[in-house]
Design a protein around this ligand. Structure first.
Ligand code: GLV
Ligand code: MN
Ligand code: MN
Length: 416
């Protein structure tokens, strides 16, 4: 007698092994991963992923921005496939799970369906989106944004990293500038599994987060022009110190986010002194600001307050400060039918769960603007992510992958 479909489980050990095998590409001494998008390490993990997809019988296509799509045929090939996946790039000091879990769980879903001999009605497509992290090239999630038409392909290809290398050059170097035009791999919907990257699920002892919304994002590039002068002989009242100015801006960002809290956050994550020297008052600094909220009105307030404070600080300190908004992503409200599908699969499998808002940005947030999308979260240790210490348990990863699989099966239907 064949087992009922509801008993189907992914292979937890195989998923866990895949996560640890790919963590070798860019492994750091502290147990994390450094795999910047389109780097040599990214090429290694992409080659591994392509081989694994082909071994699982998938047809792999790469688009003009390097996003990878592994197609599993369904009974009705007239239907656009159901997308599932995430990303394989990491932060400079990232962990083993951010993005990797969702991409390799998608592969594990396909492997499980293959082993069980299950054909779906609608085809499936497992996705590895280029540059989700945004730490080498801005903005984050650029390939999925181009996929939905928020940027042109040529605009993204011309974006440069800090060393002046363009996305086009980086893609050529690693051999992942694909033939397929961006957006031409049609998807009927998209489901992404991810670690929560925050503390809520762990604190509440819940296994699954049914993600119903995501924070909007404001990214700024800032520049401060003060005046370089001698650290010993320039009296304090005469200084136009770019770094002291930045210090005030950092605290202003913190204060503004707190003022609009609890549903707002603000961070200065990068600051580069132009020509640092211990006995020169800094004259030039480049910095970044990242502000987020799930509420569009709060995002407007964050922007207004930040600009007002920066203007006031610059005038008082007699320095020039420019603040350019380089990316604005509206808050995400995931598709109600897909949220319900994730919730139903979670309940069917008997996992403890709650609805949750994503603090981080994800490719699913971009895709949701054009196609129905949803996300599944699992807890991560101490809520820590974007850190080499990032960790999650094998059983939570497996639970998330099971929810992903049963959500996709319910959406795709099983061919009879
Ligand atoms: C991506 O990781 C982001 O939320 O910035
Ligand atoms: Mn991620
Ligand atoms: Mn990330």
């Amino acid at each position: 007698m064949t087992k009922p479909l509801s008993n189907l489980q992914i292979d937890s050990a195989r998923l866990w092994d895949a996560i640890h095998e790919t963590a070798k590409f860019g492994a750091t001494p502290k147990g994390g991963v450094r795999r910047l998008t389109l780097s040599a390490e990214d090429r290694q993990v992409r080659d591994w992923f392509r081989r694994a997809c082909e071994e699982a019988g998938l047809e792999v296509h790469v688009d003009a921005l390097g996003s990878m799509f592994g197609l599993r045929r369904g009974r009705d090939m007239s239907k656009p496939p159901i997308g599932l996946g995430s990303h394989l790039d990491t932060q400079p000091t990232g962990g083993k799970f951010d993005g990797v879990l969702g991409t390799l769980a998608a592969l594990e879903v396909v492997r499980t369906l293959n082993d069980a001999g299950i054909e779906t009605e609608t085809p499936l497509c497992i996705c590895n989106w280029t540059n989700e992290e945004g730490s080498r090239f801005a903005p984050a999630m650029m390939a999925s944004a181009a996929y939905v038409g928020d940027f042109t392909t040529s605009d993204i290809l011309s974006r440069k990293d800090a060393g002046g290398v363009t996305v086009a050059e980086a893609l050529e170097t690693i051999g992942y500038r694909g033939e397929m035009p961006v957006g031409s791999q049609k998807l009927s919907c998209f489901v992404e599994l991810h670690i929560e990257q925050g503390p809520i699920l762990e604190a509440e002892g819940k296994t699954i987060g049914v993600v119903d919304s995501g924070q909007g994002v404001l990214w700024y590039d800032g520049k401060i022009i003060g005046f370089e002068s001698h650290a010993g002989s320039t009296p304090m009242p005469l200084r136009r110190d770019a770094l002291a100015t930045l210090s005030e801006i950092v605290l202003a960002v913190e204060g503004i986010a707190k003022k609009h809290g609890p549903n707002a956050v603000g961070t200065v994550g990068e600051a580069v002194i132009g020509k640092p020297s211990r006995n020169v008052i800094p004259g030039e600094i480049a910095f970044t600001v990242d502000c987020r909220s799930a509420d569009a009105a709060i995002m407007d307030a964050l922007d207004k307050d930040l600009r007002a404070r920066v203007t006031e600080i610059a005038a008082r300190r007699k320095v020039e400060v420019t603040l350019e908004l380089v990316w604005r992503k509206a808050p995400t409200h995931f598709n109600p039918k897909l949220i319900e599908a994730v919730e139903n699969a979670t309940k069917m499998l008997g996992y403890s769960h709650r609805r949750i808002t994503s603090g981080a940005g994800h490719d699913a947030c971009n895709l949701n603007t054009k196609i129905p999308a949803a996300m599944v979260f699992v807890p991560c240790k101490d809520g820590v992510s974007h850190n080499e210490l990032e960790d999650a348990t094998q059983s939570d990863c497996a639970a998330g992958a099971n929810v992903l699989m049963h959500t996709v099966l319910a959406l795709a239907g099983v061919a009879s």
